[in-house]
Design a protein around this ligand. Sequence first.
Ligand code: 13P
Ligand code: SF4
Length: 305
Amino acid sequence: MKIHEIQEEILRLKQERNFCILAHSYQTSDITEIADFTGDSYALSVKAKETKQQNVLMCGVRFMAETVKILSPEKHVFLSSPDAGCPMAEQMDCDLIRQVKMKYLNYTVVAYINTTAALKTICDVCVTSSSAVRIVSQLSNEKILFIPDCNLGAYVQKQLPNKKIKFLQGGCPVHAAITVKDVAQAKAAHPNALLLVHPECRPAVCDTADYVGSTSGILQYAMQSKAKEYLIGTEISIAQTLQNACPEKRFYPLSKNLICQNMKATSLMDVYHCLRDGEGAEIQLDHATIAKARLCIDRMIALRG
Ligand code: 13P
Ligand code: SF4
């Protein structure tokens, strides 16, 4: 079958089986074209509560599908590629964080949404990259334990110098691999390009950027700016999406290594087989986990407004 025929079949099956398809903006265009909604992890969390269909298929990574299940426990939530996890979300387990909490007793524990459902149950509030600064700024406690991404934590600390933020050495292996040497090489190759980076990049890399923001922030900034050339410091698909959306501008990935294999684990055929044959993984979480993890995500949505 040709790509457009598979897409048409997916659209038909989606209707017939009462599915809503959600896609993270790191998914390839053949998938975002058939999704009901594409967005960053904050927007996907909000959408999770609004979908009318009984079944939700998440094209992204496991913690995103878990977030949908936590916010819509009555729905059947599927992850199209069962092995697609976010390595950062698996870096810290509950035992480790319980021990760290003992050390930082009066701290508010802020969890990046890139964490497992189990870990969320012992944290106070979630944040996403697009909402972290706004949410942490509204917490009455000045003492914050920020997990697991030390780079995002450092970015928040820089924006909010009045807060006292402790972080552990976790982070995204894809974004944290970018070095200032990569930046220097890319700028030498494209001296007129603006540099837009995700806050999961190291502080030394963020310091060289013209703009630091979430995937949706980078998309918006580049679409609205009058500049002609951009270096994109986040997963490579964002540079591709921008190039398709703005053919009169030029978008270059900051590094050719900016590829998240987990986000790329989902193919259009996975989506097709999930809808046609029931492949993929249904997310199963017990009631207690859902109830506790939900507090953390509901607080995020309430504070983000
Ligand atoms: P966003 O919050 O920008 O969607 O980022 C999610 C993510 O996993 C980035 O690597
Ligand atoms: Fe996780 Fe990094 Fe992939 Fe985002 S890009 S899903 S943080 S590994």
